[in-house]
Every structure is written in C-alpha cells, then in structure tokens.
Design a protein around this ligand. Structure first.
Ligand SMILES: [Zn+2]
Length: 408
C-alpha cells in the first residue's frame, strides 16, 4: 500500500543519498547505492515550483504561496548537494533562490510510473472492479450498521467496498426515519436535490416522480438531468412489501460498458460520443422546476476511464439535439446497451433494517412491481452522498489508520 511504502522508505533513505544535475535542468536523486532502479529524476521547474520554504509555501494551509507572476519556467539548478544525515537535498537556483527537500517528500512524489499508479489507485481513488450480475453474491459485502457508526475501521471498509464494487449493504439498522441522515453525517453531509434531503419511496397517488408508483421501475440512474449528479444512493428499507414484487434490481453499468467496448465497439463509441438531453419537469413543495443536462450515456474521463453513466427512459427528453443522421444509429446502440443491462440485472429484496448503498453514477438500479395495499406496503427512506465527500473521508481514514501488518 502506498502510505506504508512511504513510511518504510523513511528509515532506509538515510543510509545513502546522492543527487546531481542532469541535462542541465533536472535533478537525479539516488537514495540507495548500486540500485539504479531506485534513481528518481525530478524536473527542475517542478522542484522550484514546489519549494517548501516559508516564502514559497504556507505550511499551515499546505498551500503554494509562490509568486507566479514572477515565476521563471526556464529556471535551472546551479548546484545541488545532498545531506545524508538529515536525508535532505539542497538546491541553488538560477533565480538566486535556495530550496531543500526531504527524501521522504521526494519519494512520495516520484515520477516513477509504478509509484504514481500506486498513489492513484490506493490513495486518490481505489481502482474499480467491474462485475457481472451472476457475481453479485460474491462481490456484495455486508457490514453491520452499528459497527459502521461506531468504528472507523468498519466505516473505512464500507466506503472502500463502495468505491471498488459500487455497492455495499449495511444490516441491522434501526427502523426509524433518521437512519439515512445519521449514516450520511457519519461520512460527511447529505447531498440535497430537487427532491429534498431525505426522500421517501412509497407508492403515492398523483406522484410527481416515476419512482413513487408501485409499477415496475425500469433500470436507470437517478438525476441524469443534473450536471452535478448525486453520487451515492442510500436506501434504508423500513417496511418491505409482503407481495412477491418490490425486489431491487442492480446492474454494474461499467461491466456493460466493458462488454460493449469489446464486443460492439461501434455502439460503445456512439454511446460515449453522442450527447443526450436528459430532463425532469415538475414541482416539489410548490416550487416549479425544469432540469436539463446534455451528456452521453457513457462519459469518459481524461484518461479514457469511465467517469459516469447516464440512463433513464422516463427522464430522457423528447428534445434530442443532435444531427439528423446520428439519430437512428444511436437508437440501435442504446437499445443494445439497455438489452445487455436488463439481461444482466441481479434481483434481490432488502429486509427491514437493511441499508442498500450504491454508486448512482455507475450502477443502474430498478425495482420489480408490487401490490400496494393498506396491509401490504413498502416504505424506503433515501438520501444521497457525494463522492467528493466520501473519497475525502476515506483518504483521511487511510492516513490515520494504523498500518496493516507487514505487507509491502
Ligand atoms: Zn522557496
């Protein structure tokens, strides 16, 4: 694990340390004698930009305070000297400044691809593991609600599972309406939407939202019509219907996208490229709303990884603002995506006291229909959390957690 390797390297570095200027602009640091693999190269401009002195860096806010209006991107190291005892590298620069860096700090920021990957996948955001519906029982982890509320180690495990698999189940929650808020506040704070902070999913006549009916609810992501979509769904089952229906349906849409990418690359390309108008029109608590956001079904990030998935049949606008010739092929590609997802959906029924948590911008969720009568009702309390808040909490938990036993 990243943090651990960093810790381990602290002591080792003091034994040997050398540094030299290479190619006129970079600095090569050699922490251990005779091991060329351990050599680290740092561009001078980056080192100068990240000088740790009090003029260039504000320690208590951990922020750069360097005057960038005067920053010379052609700055060059004039001399470099290593201090083995202190485990530090000192640099004199062409702009008449001097900087010092500890070996531990340099190691953590090494441009070595292995080190960078470890930082990105262990600390920045855990790598996702995609799954088929048939694998659901193996990948879905269960946690005890009270334990998550009381113990940081459990909290961390739950959030890690949620990040990696996109779904995790908490069990044994009390049957009061405050559970979702207490759980969200254990992590950070609730993400508010048009539908409020906590929302109740139960059949109601004249519903403003398709989810508030007892009809089958086809697979979808929530609020695709927001640019800033709520990230994680928390659904607390308070009362479960005794009818045969009312099961949750879940699909890992990243897995569906993987299948499209390998088996139907043209459909994949279209669903990544063509923006769809998603919308939601209505009113809640007397306030009228009209939400629209244009985005493809599969959204990729700057590195080509999945950023988010958008899918909702009811919340897809009748406006489709694309060139005419894109329309028919897009329908074929979308129909394939929907078919693959439907065939892969895993159905299961939560019980009173279960809290189902899942990634709303990755998983598709739905519900089978059920009979709603006075004797046979279903009552789910929901809320959203945002990934920014979750990842931040997870990183802080990882920083403060005692290092796990001897595993490099
Ligand atoms: Zn400085």
């Amino acid at each position: 694990m990243w943090l651990q390797r960093v810790g381990r390297s602290l002591g080792q570095g003091r034994r040997h340390l050398s540094a030299k200027i290479v190619k006129g602009t970079s600095i090569e640091v050699q922490p251990e004698d005779g091991e060329s693999a351990a050599t680290m190269t740092f561009p001078g401009v980056w080192l100068r930009d990240n000088c740790r002195c009090a003029v260039c860096f504000h320690g208590s806010s951990k922020s750069r305070r360097l005057d960038w209006d005067a920053f010379d991107t052609r700055v060059r190291p004039l001399s470099v000297r290593s201090d083995k005892a202190a485990g530090q590298v000192h640099v004199s620069w062409s702009d008449a400044h001097e900087s010092s860096y500890t070996l531990a700090w340099l190691r953590q920021r090494s441009f070595d691809t292995q080190r960078q990957r470890s930082y990105l996948e262990d600390f920045y955001r855990p790598s996702t593991r995609h799954w088929a519906g048939a694998e659901f029982e193996q990948i879905a982890q269960h946690f005890d609600y009270e334990q998550v509320m009381a113990e940081d180690a459990s909290l961390k495990q739950w959030l890690q599972a949620l990040a990696v698999y996109g779904v995790a189940l908490l069990r044994g929650a009390p049957l009061d309406e405050g559970v979702v808020r207490r759980l969200a506040e254990r992590v950070g704070f609730i993400r508010r939407t048009t539908y409020g902070e906590e929302f109740i999913v139960q059949a109601k006549p004249g519903a403003q939202n398709f989810a508030y009916l007892s009809l089958p609810l086809p697979l979808h992501t929530d609020l695709p019509y927001y640019e800033y979509k709520p990230s994680v769904n928390i659904l607390h089952c308070v009362v479960q219907t005794k009818s045969r229906g009312g099961s949750n349906l879940l699909v890992d849409a990243f897995h569906i996208a993987d299948r499209l990418r390998s088996q139907h690359p043209e459909d994949f390309e279209r669903l990544c490229r063509i923006p769809v108008d998603w919308n939601d029109i209505g009113s809640e608590d007397g306030r009228e709303f009209h939400n629209i956001w244009r985005a493809p079904v599969i959204c990729l990030d700057a590195e080509g990884k999945y950023a988010r998935i958008n899918h909702s049949v009811p919340q897809r606008d009748s406006h489709f603002s694309v060139p005419l010739e894109e329309v028919e092929p897009w329908y074929e590609s979308y129909a394939r995506f929907v078919r693959l997802a439907r065939d892969d959906a895993h159905a299961f029924k939560t019980r009173p006291g279960d809290v189902l948590t899942f990634n709303n911008i990755r998983l598709l969720h739905g519900r089978t229909g059920y009979d709603d009568t006075e004797q046979n009702s279903r009552y789910i309390v929901g809320a959203y959390l945002d990934w920014d808040i979750i990842y931040s909490r997870l990183r802080v938990l990882k920083k403060h957690a005692p290092p796990p036993a001897n595993k490099s």
